[in-house]
Design a protein around this ligand. Structure first.
Ligand code: FES
Length: 144
């Protein structure tokens, strides 16, 4: 940080690219490490990723997903919010649900409206998501 002190948030995300695309995985790591999302950690994350604090707060507060571990009964979430809906999320959801059944649930916006449709597989965001991509990542993560 500016005065040379070590920031614990920086250590948590040192392997992530310093871009907006790292926001979701970084938030997951904060929750895993801290058990919650502290205000000072969100400010640090904003500075480290170069993402406006308002956006970091918005994403963090929007997702109840971040306050809990990924539930084992719904490890796959497909965004069916408006942008993803326009890019075929409903069909994607139906296709994946036909194969994975109750492991799949709908999700509000995952913050990846720039590359729709988006899905959350375990703790990895996939965007654009396809049935094949979700299946591959699910198998790699041993979700189904
Ligand atoms: S609407 Fe789907 S990621 Fe934003």
């Amino acid at each position: 940080m500016a005065n040379g002190t070590h920031n614990p948030v920086e250590s948590l995300i040192e392997d992530l690219p310093r871009t907006r695309a790292s926001l979701l995985p970084a938030l997951w790591r904060l929750v895993e490490h801290e058990g919650t999302l502290k205000r000072e950690s969100l400010v640090a994350l904003s500075e480290l990723l170069g993402v406006p604090a308002a956006e970091v707060y918005g994403v963090a507060s929007f997702y109840a997903l971040f306050s809990h571990d990924v539930p084992s009964e719904s490890p796959i979430r497909i965004c069916t919010d408006v942008i993803c809906h326009l890019y075929g999320a409903d069909a994607l959801y139906a296709q994946v649900r036909a194969v994975a059944g109750g492991l799949v649930h709908e999700s509000p916006c995952l913050g990846r409206c720039d590359t729709p449709p988006a899905a959350l597989v375990g703790r990895s965001v996939v965007a654009p998501a396809s049935p094949e991509g979700i299946r591959r990542l699910s198998q790699e993560s041993q979700l189904w």
